[in-house]
Design a protein. Sequence first.
Length: 94
Amino acid sequence: MGKTNRSRIRVSDHAIIRYLERHYGVDVEKIREEIVEICKGPVAAGAKNFLAQGVAFAFEPHTLDPSIVVVATVLDPDTKLGKYSEALHAKRKS
């Protein structure tokens, strides 16, 4: 393996979450439970995304078990939302 350029470092989202959890005492499981509560109704209604709490929650089927819905990401509703955009913006107009 060649030399590593130590001036180029990328911190993964997972590392950030664990740092917040372990260094700052952020209760990640409590946040997970809060998101589940927020998303239960929209998921039960078959939504692919949902606006609440000033953010956009985007849902996808679990890759191994499509009967499980995954909250795939949480986005600023005013940003370009890529594959989530069409359905979310259609919902915002109605």
